[in-house]
Design a binder for this molecule. Sequence first.
Ligand SMILES: *Cc1c(COP(=O)(O)O)cnc(C)c1O
Length: 422
Amino acid sequence: MESDNGFFGRFGGKYVAEVLRRPLDELEAAFKKYMQDKDFLSELDEIRRDYIGRETPLYYAPTATKLLGGAQIYIKLEGLANTGAHKINNAIGQCLLAKKMGKTRIIAETGAGQHGVATAAACAKLGLECIVYMGEVDVRRQQPNVASMELYGAKVVPVTSGSRTLKDAVNEAMRDWAAHPDTTHYCLGSALGPAPFPDIVREFQSVIGQEVKKQAAERNLDVEALIACCGGGSNSIGFFSPFIDEKKPRLIAVEAGGIGPNAGENASRMTGNASREGIMQGYKSRFLLDDDGQALPTRSISAGLDYCGIGPQLAELGSTGRIEFCSALDKEALEAVKFFAKNEGILFAMESAHAGAEAIKLAPKLTKDKAIIINMSGRGDKDIFITCPVFRPAEWKKFLIAELERLNASKDIHDANLMNDH
Ligand SMILES: *Cc1c(COP(=O)(O)O)cnc(C)c1O
């Protein structure tokens, strides 16, 4: 389960510049030490309970089950975690660890802004300085998340190099870390990057799977499959983690199928036509690369799945077959959002809806005595700027225009600018 010296089979490793070796080694030693430390673990437990709101419920979905006519559908409501998604599990874990290590400054990379928001919230809670690197293009596209990060007191630094998106933000964060290793911890957002990050992120996210294992046993469920969406792989590997060494249940990871199977149309690192093995940003895994080994543009309706790399442990478990990979198209994910909202009163994040879409396909093929569990990694409130233009395009446009006119005419915003800065 744990890596073998940073490797999962032939994937993983620590392909970094010499200056990053020391901070990575220091982090690994501290992680090993504190994961055995009773005080650290009990403080983490308390924060999980009182701040994050754990444990999150395992919800039986009666109407979805009836309509699909096969296996019982259960949903792990990870979207009920404070800040709205699973990312806070990792952010709190890493920031608490960094604090114990005596670090005062946390840096993070973010693409869509979800990991930035989780890290900013964790830093506000724990009293740490927070700097978030974000591609300039993403800063422009993701203003609501930028505003949240600033509310939590973080400084958002727009990155203007390269394609000005996530991969450039990662490079910038690595550069910062190499320059300030004594004061600073780099809080990486998914189960990827150089060792020991894939192990650390999996362990902090494995609280999802541990709770599910207990919750499923309490109800005597005959679980046929666990289904999770898969971007970098943190919610899926955390959800699957306690089951990996067992033969059952089936573990199904759903990638972003975008609009089709070809290069540039999706973010399917395991199942897409452009999937290659390679080394990027410090680790060996599967990536979407062109013939020259350069990262290809990716495409997905869900910002959180829109990345060209996947965690090394997922790549390995995909190659051994323990984790089955498939994909859901943008339009299937949108249908899944509608299906669970209307029939269960549960609004999936676009990312999580990819797992929902696979459950809709799988459930009817199974018998009624079996259960499948979907990890709803996040809730969909954050996605109104994506879903509304699709579901109600004309009305949404009119709304935005009217909002803009209202803001231009209003003097309230100017007054708000005069608010004292505490
Ligand atoms: C970021 C995000 C994901 C994808 O990241 P993983 O590391 O693959 O879990 C999935 N769901 C939500 C809600 C997210 O914010």
